[in-house]
Write a protein that binds this ligand. Sequence first.
Ligand code: AMP
Length: 173
Amino acid sequence: MNLKEKIRTVPDWPSKGIMFRDITTLIQDSDAFRETCDQLYERYKDMDIDKIAGIDARGFIFGSVLSYKMDIGFIPVRKKGKLPFKTIEESYSLEYGTNTIEIHEDSIEKGDKVLIVDDLIATGGTVKAAINLVEKLGGEVVECAFVIELPDLHGREKLKGYTIFSLVQFEGE
Ligand code: AMP
């Protein structure tokens, strides 16, 4: 199945010049959703991974399915102000302004091997902040997995030393 053609592109959303890659069309198609999760599962099922950290909000969709299939715990990395218990936080810059994400401080034990999951990597700023949170708690980032990668935005270059995996790439389009 061609997963790429299941992803809708919405031009100029949420602001002019952005080509928004919308995964809602993929997940509302049960075959495409299953195929996406199965491809991620095939890659990770035999790796030594203790926990999956999914990034708010679309990383929860794929990350939680994967944690269910792999029978390992799921950790939400959330936008600031959403987690009820004690958290640590990390800020990162966006095109305009900054953003802050948080993780519960008891969600990872020292030495845990963690897979980070999100729907899309653009500049890599979000996932870099998530990596910092996992590492601050003593976790080891095994790999970072995405459904979509935008290579034109050079996220990988910000993440030297980490393995970045994506199922679909939108390059020069
Ligand atoms: P970045 O931190 O630049 O790698 O941006 C990645 C985060 O922003 C992910 O959580 C994505 O869901 C979201 N994002 C950034 N650019 C896009 C885009 N063109 N289409 C859809 N989501 C995007």
